[in-house]
Design a binder for this molecule. Structure first.
Ligand SMILES: [Zn+2]
Length: 263
């Protein structure tokens, strides 16, 4: 069944993108006039767009060796292409997932700064780190697609943090940025506070590739970008929608992810 009404409305409004850019520029100009502050805790630092020594030391970067599929860190190097027990027991629909840092403490402050405090200047910094951590999935991508917000939430928050990150990553890598290729056709409850099973049910069938976008997704290797990976329910549902529309494969790139047991 093709009902495109929602999908059309869910597409980013070019004027809004211009407005977001203008806000970011104005803010950047204002920020540059002020003494530089830590991106996470606002403490004074030596240069704009950086973290203080304390936040930097607490940011838990995810580094190799990692599970080739889920990108979760291994304690020991099991060799190139090694998979975690979780990836073998419950294979995700996407091929590979990469993340910059563990979602706790400092990473949470950065993600929330971008998502809830409208700190749009964080997007450039976070996207730079994502491009580095996900160099392999960025290099092989044909197109870059953000996880969309439902239009009601987009209106409320004004900016889709995932689209800001995805757009910056795509531009730096000279890859097509397809913000309209995935639409959220159903408003979902906030995932916060739900169990993994409830999260799965909450987002099932929530995404769709609009009919007009299928040609730009079919046969392509899609890089799906989101800010956080918690249980993976959201990116898995989004991946399934892209694969149903004929995507050749989907890789996932996020800024932070939950790592069970920590690192
Ligand atoms: Zn700090």
């Amino acid at each position: 069944m093709e009902t495109d009404g929602d999908a059309v409305l869910a597409r980013p409004n070019p004027l809004m993108l211009v407005r977001m850019g203008a806000v970011a520029l104005a803010r950047r100009a204002a920020d540059l006039a002020l003494p530089p502050q830590c991106l996470a805790c606002d403490r004074p630092v030596g240069a704009h767009g950086s973290l203080c020594a304390s936040c930097w030391s607490r940011l838990k970067l995810i580094e190799k060796p990692w599970c080739a599929r889920l990108g979760t860190p291994f304690t020991y190097d099991l060799g190139e292409g090694a998979l975690s027990a979780e990836a073998i027991a419950d294979p995700p629909p996407f091929d590979r997932c990469r993340a910059v840092a563990v979602f706790d403490d400092v990473a949470r402050k950065l993600v929330h700064g971008l998502k809830y405090r409208d700190r749009l200047e964080l997007a450039a910094w976070m996207a730079g780190w994502m491009a580095r951590a996900g160099a392999d999935v960025v290099a092989t991508a044909d197109v870059v697609v953000p996880v969309p917000l439902h239009r009601r939430r987009l209106w409320w928050r004004r900016a889709n943090q995932s689209a800001l990150l995805a757009g910056t990553i795509a531009k730096a890598a000279a890859k097509p940025f397809q913000a309209a290729s995935l639409a959220r056709i159903r408003a979902t409850e906030q995932q916060v506070g739900l169990t993994p099973d409830q999260r799965d049910r909450n987002v099932r069938g929530a995404f769709r590739v609009p009919a007009a976008e299928k040609i730009k997704v079919a046969g392509r290797r899609v890089l799906l970008v989101d800010d956080v990976y918690t249980t993976g329910a959201t990116v898995k549902a989004a991946t399934r929608a892209l694969i149903r529309a004929g995507a050749a494969a989907v890789d996932v790139l996020v800024f932070a992810r939950v790592v069970r047991g920590g690192i």
